[in-house]
Design a protein around this ligand. Structure first.
Ligand code: ZN
Ligand code: ZN
Length: 757
C-alpha cells in the first residue's frame, strides 16, 4: 500500500479532468480525493503499489483530449486508509491563477445526440459537455464557474442539474450545460426586429435556400451568412457590406464536401477537424461550385467546419456550404451584442437568427494555413485564445500593446505570454474600446498587474498613445521589426543572436523613417540594423499605400530618372501626364513623400506595373494578387545589387525594376514576370543573409513580417536559405503579420527592464 500527493498544472479545469481522475481511480481501486485549486488539480491517492503507479501513469497518458498537462509532481505520504475516492469542493483561487480553456468545437458524443431524433436534446442548438462548448467567450470572471459566465441567468432543470452533479456523467460540472427546457433558445426576427412565427431554425433554412442574407449570432460574434453556391446572394452581400473583393470564409457541412471544392492534405485535414476549428486556406479545385464572388482573384478558399451545434444544424439541411463572414460593415470590429448587431447590420442582413446567451468577449474566427506540414497561423483568435504561448524562461508581468493593424495585445506572467484574441485595426473608437476592455479582462482573468508596458515606436498608433497615457509604470518603446523578429524567436525558443529578416508594409524606424525591408542582427534585448532595402519616396504618404500605382511611379523615377516619362510602356501611356508631372515634382522636392525601405511597397509597385492592381480595396491586396498570378514554374531571375559602401548595407532592387520593365516591353506574360520577381526577391534575401554571415558568423535566420504571408516567397526563401546552410525559423504559433508583434514586445520589455544589469 502506497499514498501519494499529486499536483498537476496546465489546462486541467473545465475540460472534464476531475471526472476522468475519478473514473481512473475507480478502475484501479485507488482511494482518496481530487480537487481543483488555484494552480490546477490536486490529488491525494492511495492504493496497491502497482495499481497506484498505473493510476499515476494514466493521469497524463489517458487524459481527456482537451487537457494540456504542463507539470505533474508527486510526493509520498504515510497511508491513512481512505474508504473511497471522492471529488472535493474546489479551493478558491487566491494569488495563483489557472489557465482558461478556449472555446471548443462540438464533440462527437454531443453531435451524435444533436442529430438523433430520440434524444431529448435532438436539434438543440446549445448542446455541450465538459469536452466541448463555449468557454473564453462566456467567462465574465474567475474562477470558471457557471454563475460567473453568461449562463448565469439560466437555472438548470432537474435533469441538467443531475448531470451536472454526477461525477460519472459527461456533463459533470459542464458550466454551460443546458437543454431545451432550461437553456438558451433561438429567435428569428426581420430587420425591423419583428419576430417571425414558426420554428426559427426551419424558417432560417428556407430563407437561406431562397437566397436571403442572414445575420447569425454565434460563439464569438455575429456572422453574415448566405448560400455559398448562390452568386447572386454573394454579390448582394458584397455590395451591402462594402467589401469589394476581400475573400469571404465559407463553412462546409463535412470533410467530404470540402474535398469537392479543394485539395486537402493530411495536416490540413487535422487542422480542419481539430477542436480549434480555424478557417484553413486550401487550394481550390477547378470546377468547384462555390460562387466565384466568394474569393475573386484567388487560388485558395478559406474553409472551416461547423464548430457550434447551431452551425451543424444550419448545414444539415439542403445546403452544404455557407458563406460565414464576420458580422461587420467594412473594417469595423465584428458585432457581438444582439441590439448592437441588429442595428449595425440592418442594412446588410434581411433576417437575424438570434439567441439569448450573451457573448461576453468578442472573438473572431482564426485563420491558418499549412506550411511545410505545420500550421502557419495568420489570425490567432477563437479556439486558440486565451491559451498562452509558453516560453522556456520566466517573464515579469508585462503589458505589451501591439501594433495598429490586426492588433493584439499581450500580458505575461511566469513562462506564459497571453496573446489576446484578434482586436482588429485600431482606427476607430469601437476597436479602441474593445482593446481597452480586453486588456482589463485579461488582467483580471489571469491576475496580472503589469510591472512595465511595451509599445511600438510609431507615435500615431492608438496602442502607443494608450501605453503612453498609463501612469506610474515604466514604459519601453520597441522597434516594430525587432518585435517581429523576437516574436518568432520566442515561439521557437531561440536565445542568443540571430539574423532577423523582417519584411512588411510599414514600421516606424529608429531614425524616424518608415522601415519594412530589414535585416537585423538581433537578440532578445537589442538589435543592430545591418542591411535594408533601398529607400524610395512614397509620393502622397499614406495615399501611396492605398494606391500602388504611386509606388510604381516612384520606382520608375528612381530606376530611369527623366526617361521614365518616355518609356515605351503601356503603364506610362495610360497615365495622365499632368498627374505624373505633379507626382514627379513631389518626389523631387520631397513634398509629402516620406522615404521608405518597405518590401511591401516594392510588391505594390510591381503589382501595378504588371497591371494587376493600381488601387487596393484591402490591406496588401496588390501583393496578394501578384502572388496568385505568379507562374511557380518560372526559373528566371532578375539582377540586383547589394551596395557595400554604406553601413547598413543597401539592398538595391533598381536593376530588377529595369528588368521588369524590359520584359513588359518585350511582351512577356505578367504571370512569368511575377514568377521571376518572386524568385529574385527570394534570392536577394538569401544573398544579403550570406553577406551578413560573412561579417558576423551568424547562421540562424529568423523570418517575420507581413510579407511572409506570401506563401510562394516564404517557400522560396526557406528553401534557398536551407540550401545555403542556414538554420531557418519562422512562425507557427502567432501570426507573422502585426498580429504577432505583441509577443515580441513583451519579451523585449522584460529583457530591458528586468534582465539587464
Ligand atoms: Zn460535447
Ligand atoms: Zn435542462
Amino acid at each position: 500500500m502506497k499514498r501519494k500527493a499529486i499536483e498537476i498544472t496546465g489546462i486541467v479545469q473545465g475540460i472534464g479532468y476531475r471526472p476522468f481522475v475519478y473514473h481512473l481511480a475507480l478502475s484501479h481501486s485507488v482511494k482518496g480525493w481530487v480537487l481543483n485549486n488555484e494552480k490546477g488539480v490536486l490529488i491525494d491517492a492511495e492504493g496497491e503499489d502497482m495499481a497506484l503507479d498505473r493510476f499515476i501513469e494514466g493521469l497524463t497518458a489517458l487524459a481527456p483530449p482537451l487537457a494540456r498537462i504542463e507539470t505533474l509532481k508527486s510526493r509520498s505520504l504515510e497511508p491513512q486508509g481512505y474508504p473511497s475516492f471522492e471529488i472535493r469542493q474546489s479551493e478558491e483561487a487566491s494569488e495563483g491563477f489557472t489557465l482558461i480553456s478556449p472555446d471548443v468545437a462540438t464533440c462527437d458524443a454531443c453531435l451524435a445526440e444533436l442529430l438523433s431524433p430520440g434524444d431529448f436534446r435532438y436539434r438543440y442548438p446549445f448542446i455541450n459537455c465538459t469536452l466541448c462548448g463555449p468557454r473564453f467567450t462566456i467567462i465574465k470572471d474567475i474562477p470558471y464557474d457557471r454563475h460567473k459566465t453568461t449562463m448565469a441567468p439560466f437555472t438548470m432543470c432537474t435533469i441538467c442539474r443531475k448531470e451536472y452533479e454526477n461525477p460519472l456523467d459527461r456533463r459533470f460540472h459542464a458550466q454551460p450545460n443546458a437543454c431545451p427546457a432550461c437553456g438558451p433558445s433561438l429567435r428569428l426576427v426581420d430587420r425591423k426586429g419583428i419576430s417571425l412565427p414558426g420554428n426559427a431554425l426551419d424558417r432560417t433554412l428556407d430563407l437561406l435556400v431562397q437566397g436571403s442574407i442572414m445575420a447569425v449570432k454565434g460563439i464569438g460574434g455575429f456572422h453574415l451568412v448566405c448560400n455559398a453556391e448562390n452568386q447572386g446572394a454573394v454579390s448582394t452581400l458584397r455590395s451591402r457590406k462594402f467589401r469589394e473583393d476581400k475573400p469571404f470564409a465559407i463553412m462546409c457541412r463535412d470533410m467530404e464536401e470540402i474535398r469537392v471544392h479543394c485539395d486537402v492534405h493530411e495536416e490540413e485535414e487535422r487542422l480542419l477537424c481539430g477542436p480549434e476549428r480555424p478557417i484553413v486556406l486550401l487550394n481550390r479545385k477547378k470546377g468547384s461550385s462555390i460562387a466565384p464572388g466568394v474569393a475573386p482573384f484567388q487560388k485558395t478558399l478559406g474553409i472551416m467546419l461547423p464548430y457550434s451545434p447551431l452551425h451543424h444544424l444550419l448545414l444539415h439541411g439542403p445546403l452544404k456550404s455557407l458563406v460565414m463572414t464576420s458580422g461587420n460593415v467594412s473594417d469595423e470590429p465584428i458585432a457581438y451584442k444582439t441590439d448592437e448587431a441588429c442595428h449595425r447590420l440592418s442594412q446588410i442582413a434581411g433576417f437575424f437568427l438570434l439567441h439569448d446567451r450573451d457573448i461576453h468577449m468578442r472573438c473572431d474566427d482564426s485563420v491558418v494555413r499549412v506550411f511545410r506540414n505545420r500550421p502557419y497561423v495568420l489570425r490567432r483568435s477563437r479556439g486558440y485564445v486565451p491559451f498562452p504561448i509558453k516560453l522556456s524562461f520566466n517573464l515579469e508581468m508585462i503589458l505589451a500593446c501591439g501594433g495598429e493593424l490586426k492588433n493584439t495585445f499581450a500580458l505575461s506572467r511566469g513562462p506564459y505570454v497571453f496573446v489576446s484574441h484578434h482586436i482588429g485595426d485600431l482606427e476607430n473608437m469601437e476597436t479602441l474600446v474593445s482593446f481597452e476592455q480586453g486588456i482589463d479582462h485579461f488582467k483580471n482573468l489571469f491576475s496580472i498587474e503589469p510591472k512595465a508596458v511595451a509599445y511600438d515606436l510609431h507615435p500615431e498608433y492608438l496602442s502607443t498613445k494608450y501605453a503612453l497615457s498609463l501612469e506610474g509604470i515604466p514604459k519601453v518603446g520597441v522597434q516594430h521589426h525587432h518585435a517581429h523578429v523576437v516574436s518568432a524567436m520566442a515561439e521557437n525558443g531561440l536565445d542568443g543572436e540571430v539574423i532577423g529578416v523582417a519584411l512588411d508594409g510599414t514600421g516606424f524606424g529608429n531614425d524616424g523613417t518608415l522601415w519594412g525591408g530589414e535585416f537585423l542582427r538581433a537578440d532578445l534585448n537589442d538589435f543592430q540594423r545591418l542591411a535594408h532595402l533601398k529607400q524610395v519616396p512614397m509620393p502622397g504618404g499614406s495615399m501611396a499605400i492605398k494606391e500602388p500605382w504611386r509606388m510604381a511611379f516612384a520606382y520608375l523615377i528612381e530606376a530611369f530618372g527623366d526617361k521614365a516619362m518616355v518609356l515605351e510602356l503601356e503603364w506610362i501611356k495610360k497615365r495622365d501626364p499632368q498627374t505624373c508631372s505633379i507626382l514627379k515634382k513631389m518626389i523631387e522636392k520631397r513634398v509629402n513623400s516620406p522615404l521608405t525601405s518597405s518590401m511591401g511597397r516594392l510588391f505594390d509597385a510591381v503589382s501595378s506595373l504588371l497591371s494587376v492592381r493600381d488601387t487596393v480595396n484591402y490591406e496588401a491586396q496588390a501583393a496578394i494578387e501578384l502572388e496568385m498570378m505568379a507562374d511557380p514554374e518560372e526559373k528566371g531571375e532578375y539582377p540586383f545589387d547589394i551596395q557595400e559602401k554604406e553601413q547598413p548595407l543597401v539592398v538595391d532592387p533598381l536593376k530588377m525594376v529595369r528588368g521588369v520593365v524590359q520584359d513588359l516591353i518585350r511582351g512577356h506574360s505578367p504571370s512569368r514576370i511575377s514568377g521571376k520577381f518572386h524568385r529574385t526577391v527570394a534570392r536577394l534575401v538569401v544573398e544579403t543573409c550570406k553577406r551578413i554571415r560573412l561579417d558576423t558568423g551568424l547562421d540562424r535566420v529568423v523570418l517575420s513580417g507581413g510579407v511572409f504571408q506570401n506563401n510562394l516567397l516564404l517557400a522560396l526563401v526557406f528553401d534557398h536559405l536551407e540550401e545555403s546552410g542556414f538554420e531557418v525559423y519562422t512562425h507557427h504559433l502567432v501570426p507573422t503579420n502585426d498580429g504577432g508583434i505583441s509577443l515580441g514586445q513583451a519579451v523585449i520589455a522584460h529583457m530591458r527592464c528586468f534582465q539587464c544589469v
